[in-house]
Ligand binder design. Structure first.
Ligand SMILES: [Zn+2]
Length: 87
């Protein structure tokens, strides 16, 4: 079994959130939690990254339809492989 980091729990969601696009203040009562597949960008230092799901808490702006991200949490099956001293 691979070592696994504990997931960081979701923060408490505020009751209202202003849209970053149109500044309309939206109630977060109808916030949804979506599962999004992670597509990490690999670098020389992080050369392998396990498949991961991100759980995203978000609410859709009633004014412009923009999805506002309230919080997210990344679920990893394994730890990323990091080499701080690449050749
Ligand atoms: Zn908006």
């Amino acid at each position: 079994m691979a070592r696994r980091k504990d997931s960081v729990p979701m923060a408490d969601v505020p009751r209202a959130q202003a849209c970053p696009k149109c500044s309309r203040v939206n109630s977060t009562a109808g916030a949804k939690t979506l599962q999004v597949e992670m597509r990490p960008v690999l670098t020389r230092e992080v050369f392998a990254f396990p498949d991961a799901l991100a759980e995203v808490s978000c609410v859709k702006c009633e004014g412009c339809g923009h999805w506002i991200c309230l919080d997210y949490r990344i679920e990893l099956d394994d730890n990323p492989e990091i080499d701080l001293n690449p050749e």
